[in-house]
Design a protein around this ligand. Structure first.
Ligand code: ATP
Length: 659
């Protein structure tokens, strides 16, 4: 519908002169200017709707903007006859406003309620006519609309329409201003939130190097309060190195000044006069012809401390993880050798004495070291492990004692060594026989004096550490050959314990197999009920070396291959061997006794195992001429401690007779 509109009162009055129309137009414009000249925002829109309703002599007038979505609007001001009505939000669908918000002016001189029956409010209000214009910004986008309605017809009249368009133009300009102001406020709020939460110090200065802004991080880093420094010269916060950099940077013409990042080499000064190493970023911009320089500062001390803390936490995490993994294992076995070891460890664990675990590789030395720690009063603190064989000799010192920053190339931060980490706890020195002679000298000093210095450091550090050491080397022999310091050997050899190899603890094989199967069942997610008696006999007959890992590997391989939940001899894939000792005959009739995963083997097997052990010991004694101790004695042949062998002999009722 074209926009041509005549105010109803001119119709009602009948003959109206051109002069009257112009007067009315003038009066309307004057009302518009007077009502809106000095106000903005809400007050402006209120004045405008009242003015437009009065000028056009209509009952209702409102101005509205989109309410978030383009299918709904919210009123900014709403005039009804002689008062301001509540500003409402409404959906556009089915209303005469829908087309207006799509950018098309609309004029319905009469019957508007009938034209838009879905918009029931029109009928309720008794609205007869409608006129509205979209409000656009400078770019032409529709922001909202200005609408007037009346209970009477609203015929077309060019002058009133012109007046209405003037009102609409003013409304559009104000709406655009409100939108711009709102967007600016949002941007400022976002920027303030970013600057407020930034961890880096942000300082802005003007062309005269006066501070114009500091964020909360800058207040913290520089130790000052924004209210005290804004408007003051930046100079007090600059050390000479920083001042020289800034002078050089600002000397270039603003347009030719690139952003500058200075990662190190300069110092800034706090409000209390103390200096700190800083990382800085400088950038320049022009706002309204004024030069503005932004400095972003970071206290490098903070970063170094954070890096050191992170490195320490990583180290501790690695140790704790190792400790947790270790704690999941228990000492399995009830052989005399294991029982004896446990008794001795229980006794020594309560003290701070250094324990030296001697035994072949894979015999359980680490397991026993962890057991000692767990049984000791130090159990709440860390057990720190150090494998002396796994590190090149030049790194061992720094691993044991830590290093100061810059002690050697690559030492970018100060780092605690294992002695410091184990303070109050236990240090497990695995493969201690592999330590270099210089490292042995250092270790000796710590054990003697309980203090050391970090590599590159001069400050003595005192620690309270209990040492458990382990080795598969013959330390006494190494001392004789000059490969191991005698004084260190005596320091470590306070409570030596010989860990027997698997071949000397055949009784433990069924329990170890059951234990390994229990773990595999969980790990492989496969039912593993145990091994058949035939498989057990094969495992017992096999000439195991000392290493328990080999037994674990055989059982794991069999568990993977087994098609049944009960592992049979064939699954083990053990090469047939001539037993080194007699295997008792198994009962011929089924069912065969089996070892059950995770359980102690049944008593029937235990009886036959005892027979196996008796025969084995008797045969060894026979071979050694009844001698128990000494290099040619049965204890050495069985790789048992003589006292362990004696207690076995007693238990089994064997009498050793010397020939
Ligand atoms: N009595 C035991 N009960 C249960 N598991 C055992 C026992 N003895 C040894 N093991 C297991 O055997 C494996 C080897 O043990 P451990 O690592 O403690 O031996 P080690 O003597 O320290 O070896 P290395 O000399 O190579 O460091 C581990 O998986 C450990 O859990």
């Amino acid at each position: 519908m074209p926009l041509a509109y005549a105010a109803p009162h001119t119709q009602r009055r009948g003959a109206v002169t051109v002069t009257t129309h112009l007067d009315e137009l003038d009066t309307g414009l004057r009302a518009l200017v007077e009502g809106t000249a000095s106000v903005t925002g809400e007050a402006f829109f209120r004045s405008l709707v009242r003015g437009v309703a009065t000028a056009l002599a209509v009952r209702w007038a409102f101005v509205a903007e989109f309410a978030g979505v383009r299918t709904r609007v919210r009123m900014l001001a709403n005039w009804d006859h002689d008062h301001f009505a509540p500003e409402e939000e409404f959906d556009l669908s089915g209303t005469p406003c829908e087309a207006v918000l799509c950018g098309e002016p609309r004029h319905y001189p009469q019957g508007v309620a009938a034209l838009f029956p879905r918009n029931t409010d029109l009928a309720v209000m008794g609205a007869e006519s409608y006129l509205a214009i979209p409000l656009r910004n400078a770019a032409g986008d529709v922001l909202g609309h200005l609408a007037v309605l009346d209970e009477r017809a609203m015929p077309a009249a060019p002058r009133e329409l012109a007046l209405f368009q003037v009102f609409a133009a003013r409304a559009a300009a104000e709406l655009e201003r409100v939108h711009t102001e709102r967007a600016l406020r949002e941007r400022e709020a976002r920027l303030a939130a970013i600057l407020g939460s930034a961890l880096d110090a942000v300082v802005c200065i003007d062309g005269a190097r006066r501070v114009t802004f500091v964020n909360p991080a800058a207040e913290r880093v520089l130790g000052c309060c924004a209210a005290d420094v804004v408007g003051t010269p930046l100079e007090r916060f600059l050390a000479p190195s920083f001042r020289a950099l800034l002078d050089h940077h600002l000397a270039a013409p603003a347009a030719a000044r690139p952003s500058l990042w200075v990662p190190q080499g300069i110092e800034a000064v706090r409000a209390d006069g103390s200096a700190f190493p800083a990382e800085a970023t400088l950038s320049c911009t022009r706002v309204d012809g004024c030069e503005l320089t932004t400095l972003i500062l970071r206290d490098l001390n903070d970063r170094h401390q954070a890096e050191a803390a992170l490195a320490r936490l990583r180290q501790e995490k690695a140790y704790l993880q190792a400790q947790v993994v270790g704690e999941a294992h228990e000492i399995v076995g009830a052989s005399a050798a294991i029982r004896e070891l446990r008794t001795q460890l229980d006794k020594v664990a309560a003290t701070d004495a250094t324990v030296l675990l001697l035994g072949e590789t894979g015999t359980g030395k680490e397991l026993l070291a962890r057991y000692t720690h767990r049984q000791s009063p130090r159990r709440e603190r860390m057990l720190v492990k150090m494998n002396c064989a796994a590190l090149p000799s030049e790194l061992i010192e720094s691993e044991l004692f830590g290093h100061e920053k810059g002690a050697f190339s690559g030492a970018i931060a100060t780092r605690k060594g294992r002695f410091e980490l184990a303070d109050g706890g236990t240090l497990f020195l695995d493969e201690v026989g592999e330590l270099s002679l210089p490292a042995q000298a250092k270790l000796l000093r710590v054990l003697q004096e309980r203090e050391f210095e970090r590599v590159g450091g001069t400050r003595p550090i005192h620690v309270d550490v209990r040492v458990v050491a382990a080795t598969n080397r013959d330390l006494a022999q190494m001392v004789e050959q000059g490969q191991f310091r005698a004084d260190l050997y005596y320091r470590l050899n306070v409570f030596p314990l010989q860990v027997p190899p698997l071949r000397a603890r055949h009784d433990d094989i069924p329990a170890l197999v059951a234990h390994v199967l229990g773990g595999l069942q969980r790990r492989l997610g496969k039912p593993l009920h145990g091994v058949t008696a035939r498989a057990l006999a094969a495992l017992l007959a096999y000439p195991w070396p000392g290493n328990i890992r080999e037994l674990q590997n055989v059982v794991e391989r069999a568990a993977i291959l087994a098609t049944d939940a009960l592992i049979d001899e064939a699954d083990l894939g053990l090469a047939p061997v001539r037993p080194t000792f007699a295997v008792p005959p198994l009962p011929a009739a089924a069912p065969l006794p089996a070892v059950t995963a995770g359980e102690t083997p049944p008593g029937a097997d235990a009886a036959s195992l005892e027979a196996v052990e008796r025969r084995h010991i008797e045969a060894t004694l026979e071979r050694c001429g009844g001698v128990i101790e000494g290099p040619k004695g049965a204890a050495a042949a069985l790789e048992m401690h003589p006292s362990t062998l004696r207690s076995r002999l007693q238990k089994l009722g064997i009498r050793a007779r010397r020939r």
